[in-house]
Design a protein around this ligand. Structure first.
Ligand code: CP
Length: 320
């Protein structure tokens, strides 16, 4: 695997390999010293044109835990503010010979363009409404730990599917792993013809009790140029997941950030059903595994780093 641009380009075998690798990195994360020398001497560029807390922080920490050098650019406050184009920004950062560029951008297809302009491995950290493949992988990892196999499991993705790159990536990933997916939301927020991807569609929460997993989505007001719901209050009345609607055996997920009191009530966010904190923790080890897969396996393998005893407290400096 040279790049991670879209989950639809990742095979089931590649998904399993990344999740297995992430499990190894979770073991490293339980040590006192959580760093391995795998990417020492290599450079990772983190380039974010849209707001992020989870994805940016976890990719940056993942690069540091793998001992890479990290260059972190947020478009706001950079020369993008002076009008520098994406192409020129990538050319500028490519002068540092990065091994990987992690890019988030509002334009669907931006990560693909960066892959064409740069020799680096490119990770799509979210491109417009298109895809968010590392989110799908961390969600698969979270669910694998809870449920084992997803074969035959029922997952309802509820909310603003239309504007959600997470919904698209997760629909593909959940189905690839054998789950049966239902997309649920008001008609204006469900893309027409999405059933052709093999999922079911529901315009109400009737039937939610069949779900093993309820995956709620944020109303993405920043991507709405018109009014898609009559009011937030009415939307919440019909589609908010609260303790009345969530069954005792059901797991609750959300990619974050949550509009507390809109798509989720406060009580379910903080309930034992919620895997939201586990999703964030999974993000770190899965993103370590992605960088490992692209830079140590898929790309050119680096020369073995000299061991630093301070960073190798046990013989297992690199996960098997
Ligand atoms: N889930 C997700 O992408 O969160 P951030 O926008 O905080 O990165």
């Amino acid at each position: 695997m040279k790049h991670l641009l879209a989950i639809e380009q990742v095979s089931r075998a590649e998904i399993d390999a990344i999740l297995d690798r992430a499990e190894s990195f979770a073991e490293v994360g339980r040590r006192d010293i959580k760093k391995v020398p795998t990417l020492r001497g290599r450079t990772v560029v983190s380039l974010f044109y849209e707001a992020s807390t989870r994805t940016s922080s976890s990719f940056e920490l993942a690069a540091k835990r793998l001992s890479a050098d990290l260059v972190s650019i947020k478009a706001a406050g950079s020369s993008v503010d002076k009008g520098e184009s994406l192409k020129d920004t990538v050319a500028t950062l490519s002068a540092y010979d990065p091994a990987a560029i992690v890019i988030r951008h509002p334009y669907a297809g931006a990560a693909q363009l960066v892959a064409e302009w740069s020799d680096a491995a490119v990770v799509n950290a979210g491109d417009g409404k298109h895809e968010h493949p590392s989110q799908a992988l961390l969600d698969l990892f979270t669910l694998r730990r809870q449920l084992g196999s997803l074969d035959g499991k029922r997952i309802w993705i509820v909310g603003d599917v239309l504007h959600s790159r997470v919904a698209r990536s997760n629909l593909i990933a959940f189905q690839e792993m054998g789950a049966k997916v239902t997309l649920c939301g008001p008609p204006a927020l469900i893309p027409r013809g999405i059933e052709e991807l093999g999922c079911a569609v529901s315009y109400s929460l009737d039937g939610l009790d069949e779900a093993d997993v309820v995956y709620a989505l944020r109303l993405q007001k920043e991507r709405m140029k018109e009014s898609f719901v009559p009011s937030i209050r009415e939307y919440a009345g019909h589609f908010q997941i609260d303790s009345r609607r969530l069954g005792t055996r059901q797991l609750l997920m959300h990619p974050g950030p949550v509009n507390r009191g809109v798509e989720l009530s406060g009580e379910v966010i903080d309930s034992p059903h919620s895997l939201i904190a586990e999703q964030v923790a999974s993000g770190l080890v899965v993103r370590m595994a992605i960088l490992y897969e692209l830079l140590a396996i898929g790309g050119e393998s680096p020369a073995p780093a000299e061991e630093d005893p301070g960073e190798r407290p046990t013989p297992m400096g690199q996960p098997a």
